[in-house]
Design a protein. Structure first.
Lengths: 209, 605
C-alpha cells in the first residue's frame, strides 16, 4: 500500500464521518493488518502528515490534507476524463484512475484540468478540490476571514456531537466574526454565532476562501 | 442514534394528554411554557437557562393537559446533562403533541432538530418565535410554505407577549381530539429514502439532515435588506479583545459600586425607618410586658426583623435586579467568551463562567446550572469553586459589615482575597482532579433589551425564598438567642469554640455563635451579630479588624445548608462532606493568618 493511498483513504473517512479516523477502520478499508497500518501511521507522523493519539485516533494535519487532496484531485480529474471523453464505464475507470493517480505529474494534472474546462464535480457528484486550496486549522484563521469546513478532527465524542448539531459539518460555510489572538473565537455558522475555545478550533480544518 | 419506534397510541388519547415543549436553547420555550400554564419558569437570554424539566398543567379545550418544558437541545443526543435529560424524556414518555419552538431568525439551524423530531412519529406543532424580530435582520419566513413542506402546522408566536398562543392552543386541541390530521409522511419518507442510499453512520445522518434543513430554509426564508443596528455595535464593542476587556471591568465595577452605594443607602433607610415607625411606638408597649420570657421573645424577635430588613432587602434585592439585567441582555455568554482564556488557567473553559456568575446570586441554582457543562470533572470543579464564590447573602455580609463600617476599599480586598483563593485553588484542583476537559462551544445569543416586568418577576421569585424562609428563621433564631442570653446559657455554648474564635481568629465570643447560625443561611451570621451585639453599629462592640475577619470567614466557610443539600444530590455524600470540611478548614486558616498579618502590618487598628 502506498503512502498516498493511506492519505487519501484517511481523508475520505474523516470527511465522511467528520471525526478522526481509527487504525482498525483504515485496516479494514485498505484490507491490510492493524500492525501495518500502525507502522505506516508512525511513518506519516514523522513526516508531519498525521497526528496519532492514544486510543488509536488518527487525523491528517493541514499538510496531510493538502497532499491527500492533491491525489484525490488527480483521481477525480482522471475519472472525469475517462467518463466524459473516453466514455469508459464506471467500474473500469475507477480502477484505471486509481493506478494512474500515482504517476500523473502535477503539470499534466493542470493541463488535464484546463482541457476538461475546470470541472467542479467528479462523475460521482463529489466536489473536486481546487488546485491551490488554502488548508488551515480554524485556530489560525484571522478575524473576518471566510472559510469552508473540511472536517472536524476532535476526538471527544461530546464535542463532536455538539459541533455536528450546530452545523460544523464538511462543506459548511463559516466566517470568523471576532477572535482573541491564541484564544477563543466567535464563528458565524448557519446564521448563528458560536464561541469556540482554542483547543476546539485547533481540531477543525477549513479551506480558507 | 437509535430512534425507538413510537407509534401514536390510541390509549394515550384517552388518558390525560401530554405536551412537551422542545427546541434549541434560548428560543423562548420557558416563556411559552409560562404563557401556556401560568407557571413561573425563569426566563433569561442565554443558552441553558432551563436545566431541569418543568411540569405544569393547562386546560386545552375542556381537557386538563400536562405540559413539560424541556431543557433546550440542538439534537436528540447526549452531549451534556441537560440534553440527556430532554432526550430521555422524549423517548420514555407517551407524548401526545410536541411543540417545537423555533427561533425564526435561525430557522435553518433549528430545522435540524425539527427533522429529528418528525422522525419520532409523534405529532409536532411548530411555534415560530421571534417572528416580529425578523425585520431587524431584513428577512421574512414564508411560514405557510414551511407548513406545507414539513406537513405540520406552523404557528407564529410572540412568546413574551403571548401573541399567537390561543391559535397554538387551538391547533393542539384539534390534534389531541383527532379532529385535525396532518400528513408529514412525505418529508419523513424523503429523510428515510436519502438515508437508505448511505451507510447509516451518525455523521452522515447529521450532514444529510443539515443539507435537508438548508434546502428547506432556502425555500421559505425571503431575504431583504439588513438594517445596521445599535445591537451590532454593542456586540462588537463588548467582544473585541481590547474593548471587551474594558467593558467587562466596567460592568463588574458598576455592579460593585451600585451594590455598595444603593445597598448602604437602603440599609440606613431601613434602620431609621424601623427605629421611627416600629421601635419607637412599640417601646412603651414592650415595657408593659412584665413576664421576662415573653418580653425577651418579643424584643428579640423584633430585633431579628430589624436585622433582616437591613440585610436582605437592600443588598440581596439590589443584587438580583442587576443579575436579572445581566441575564436578560445576553451579556453572560459574552463573559464566557471573554474569560475563556483565564478559565483555562484553572483547567476549565468559558462555559463554566455562567454557573459561576450565577453563583454570585445563590450557590444552589448555580450548582444546578453546572449541568450545562459537558463532563463530570468540569461540573465538580466548577461546583467546588461556586461554593467559595461570595453569593448574594455573603455579599450582604461583606458589604453590610465591612463596606458599611470599615470602608469600600476593605470590602473590595475581601473580594480580592476570595477570588484569589478561588483562582489558586482552581489551578491546583484542575490539575489534581481526574478526567478530560472539553473545550468551549457556546452559542452567542443576540443582545436583547431587558424587559422590566421579567426582571421584576425573576427578582421577586428569587426573593420569595428570603421572605418566606429567611425571615421566619432569623426571627426564630433571634428569639432562641435572646432566651439563651437572658437565662445565662449562651456562655456555655460559646465556650468550647473559644480557642478557635477568640484565640485563633481573634473575634469576640458572640461571633462564634452567629457563625454557627450562618450554616443555616449565610446572612443570618451578620443579622444575629447585630442582635447579639445589641446595636446596628458593629463598631460599638467590634474592632474594624474583627469585622473584616468575621466577613472573610463568613464568605469562605461551609457553603450553607441549602447548598450542601444540592451538592449531595448532584455529587453524593462523600464529595459534599469533603467540600464542606475543606471550606471550613480554609476559612479558619485564612482568617487566622490574615488576622495576624494585618496585626503585624498594623492595618485596621
Amino acid at each position: 500500500m502506498k503512502k498516498e493511498d493511506y492519505l487519501q483513504e484517511m481523508y475520505k473517512i474523516q470527511c465522511r464521518n467528520n471525526r478522526a479516523a481509527r487504525v482498525s477502520e483504515l485496516a479494514q478499508i485498505l484490507e491490510v493488518s492493524n500492525p501495518s497500518v500502525s507502522e505506516m501511521v508512525r511513518r506519516l507522523e514523522k513526516e508531519k502528515l498525521v497526528t496519532f493519539e492514544r486510543f488509536g485516533a488518527i487525523s491528517l494535519t493541514a499538510l496531510g490534507i493538502k497532499q491527500a487532496r492533491r491525489v484525490i484531485r488527480k483521481h477525480q480529474l482522471l475519472e472525469v476524463f475517462f467518463s466524459r471523453i473516453l466514455k469508459i464505464k464506471k467500474n473500469v475507470f475507477h480502477k484505471e484512475a486509481h493506478i494512474m493517480e500515482h504517476t500523473l505529474s502535477d503539470a499534466a494534472t493542470d493541463k488535464l484540468d484546463a482541457v476538461l474546462k475546470k470541472p467542479k464535480f467528479c462523475p460521482d457528484g463529489n466536489p473536486i478540490p481546487a488546485k491551490n486550496s488554502n488548508v488551515v486549522e480554524l485556530a489560525s484563521l484571522p478575524a473576518k476571514s471566510r472559510a469552508e469546513v473540511i472536517f472536524v478532527a476532535d476526538k471527544n465524542k461530546q464535542s463532536l456531537e455538539r459541533l455536528n448539531s450546530l452545523g460544523l459539518v464538511p462543506r459548511a460555510k463559516v466566517r470568523v466574526v471576532r477572535r482573541f489572538r491564541k484564544g477563543p473565537l466567535i464563528l458565524k455558522v448557519k446564521g448563528s454565532e458560536i464561541a469556540l475555545g482554542p483547543d476546539i478550533c485547533a481540531s477543525i480544518f477549513v479551506e480558507k476562501k | 442514534m437509535n430512534f425507538p419506534k413510537v407509534s401514536p397510541d390510541s390509549a394515550t388519547r384517552l388518558c390525560r394528554p401530554q405536551i412537551a415543549i422542545v427546541g434549541n436553547p434560548n428560543t423562548g420555550k420557558s416563556c411559552l411554557f409560562n404563557q401556556l400554564t401560568t407557571m413561573d419558569a425563569i426566563v433569561s437570554n442565554y443558552p441553558g437557562t432551563t436545566v431541569e424539566i418543568l411540569k405544569g398543567k393547562t386546560e386545552i379545550g375542556d381537557k386538563l393537559t400536562d405540559v413539560a418544558d424541556l431543557p433546550g437541545i440542538y439534537n436528540l443526543g447526549s452531549s451534556s446533562e441537560d440534553e440527556r435529560v430532554t432526550a430521555e424524556y422524549v423517548f420514555e414518555n407517551k407524548i401526545s403533541v410536541i411543540v417545537n419552538v423555533i427561533d425564526a431568525a435561525l430557522l435553518e439551524r433549528n430545522l435540524y432538530l425539527t427533522l429529528q423530531l418528525l422522525q419520532l412519529q409523534i405529532p409536532v406543532v411548530i411555534a415560530l418565535n421571534f417572528y416580529n424580530k425578523l425585520e431587524d435582520k431584513g428577512i421574512s419566513v414564508d411560514h405557510k410554505n414551511l407548513s406545507t413542506l414539513l406537513g405540520v402546522p406552523v404557528i407564529l408566536i410572540d412568546a413574551l407577549k403571548g401573541e399567537g398562543v390561543p391559535l397554538l392552543v387551538n391547533t393542539i386541541k384539534s390534534i389531541v381530539s383527532g379532529a385535525a390530521q396532518f400528513d408529514n409522511s412525505q418529508i419523513i419518507r424523503s429523510i428515510v429514502d436519502d438515508l437508505g442510499k448511505n451507510h447509516t453512520i451518525k455523521t452522515q445522518i447529521a450532514a444529510h439532515r443539515h443539507s435537508q434543513a438548508a434546502v428547506l430554509a432556502e425555500k421559505v426564508v425571503i431575504k431583504g435588506k439588513r438594517k445596521k443596528h445599535f445591537k451590532e455595535f454593542l456586540d462588537k464593542f463588548t467582544t473585541e479583545p481590547l474593548t471587551g476587556g474594558i467593558s467587562l471591568i466596567l460592568v463588574m465595577g458598576a455592579i460593585f459600586l451600585a451594590l455598595f452605594n444603593i445597598g448602604n443607602f437602603l440599609s440606613e433607610l431601613m434602620a431609621k425607618g424601623f427605629e421611627m415607625l416600629i421601635m419607637n411606638p412599640l417601646t412603651p408597649l414592650l415595657a408593659m410586658i412584665s413576664f421576662v420570657s415573653l418580653h425577651t421573645i418579643v424584643f428579640w424577635g423584633l430585633q431579628g426583623v430589624n436585622a433582616g430588613l437591613q440585610i436582605i432587602v437592600p443588598y440581596i434585592f439590589v443584587f438580583y435586579l442587576m443579575l436579572g439585567v445581566l441575564e436578560d441582555t445576553g451579556y453572560l455568554p459574552r463573559m464566557a467568551y471573554l474569560l475563556d482564556k483565564l478559565m483555562h488557567k484553572m483547567h476549565l473553559h468559558g462555559n463554566a463562567v455562567i454557573p459561576m456568575m450565577l453563583g454570585f446570586g445563590c450557590s444552589v441554582p448555580a450548582v444546578l446550572a453546572t449541568r450545562i457543562l459537558p463532563n463530570k470533572k468540569d461540573r465538580l470543579l466548577t461546583s467546588i469553586l461556586i461554593c467559595m464564590i461570595p453569593c448574594s447573602a455573603r455579599t450582604a455580609v461583606i458589604l453590610g459589615a465591612v463596606g458599611k463600617f470599615v470602608g469600600a476599599g476593605y470590602a473590595m480586598i475581601i473580594y480580592f482575597i476570595v477570588l484569589l483563593l478561588i483562582f489558586v485553588l482552581g489551578q491546583i484542583l484542575g490539575k489534581l482532579l481526574p478526567g478530560d476537559s472539553v473545550g468551549l462551544i457556546m452559542e452567542m445569543p443576540q443582545y436583547r433589551l431587558p424587559q422590566f416586568k421579567n426582571i421584576m418577576k425573576k427578582t421577586w421569585m428569587r426573593m420569595k425564598d428570603f421572605i418566606w424562609v429567611a425571615f421566619p428563621l432569623i426571627i426564630a433564631g433571634s428569639c432562641v438567642l435572646g432566651l439563651l442570653k437572658v437565662y445565662g446559657l449562651l456562655d456555655i455554648i460559646v465556650k468550647p469554640f473559644s480557642p478557635v474564635i477568640n484565640g485563633w481568629l481573634m473575634l469576640p465570643s458572640i461571633a462564634g455563635i452567629t457563625l454557627i447560625y450562618g450554616i443555616l443561611r449565610k446572612e443570618m451570621a451578620l443579622e444575629l451579630l447585630f442582635v447579639l451585639g445589641g446595636s446596628s453599629n458593629l463598631l460599638r462592640f467590634m474592632t474594624p479588624l474583627q469585622i473584616f475577619i468575621f466577613a472573610l470567614v463568613v464568605a469562605l466557610y461551609f457553603p450553607c445548608i441549602g447548598t450542601f443539600a444540592v451538592l449531595k444530590n448532584e455529587f453524593g455524600w462523600k464529595k459534599s462532606l469533603l467540600i464542606s470540611f475543606f471550606t471550613i478548614v480554609l476559612a479558619v486558616t485564612a482568617g487566622g493568618l490574615i488576622a495576624r498579618l494585618f496585626t503585624l502590618a498594623n492595618l485596621l487598628h
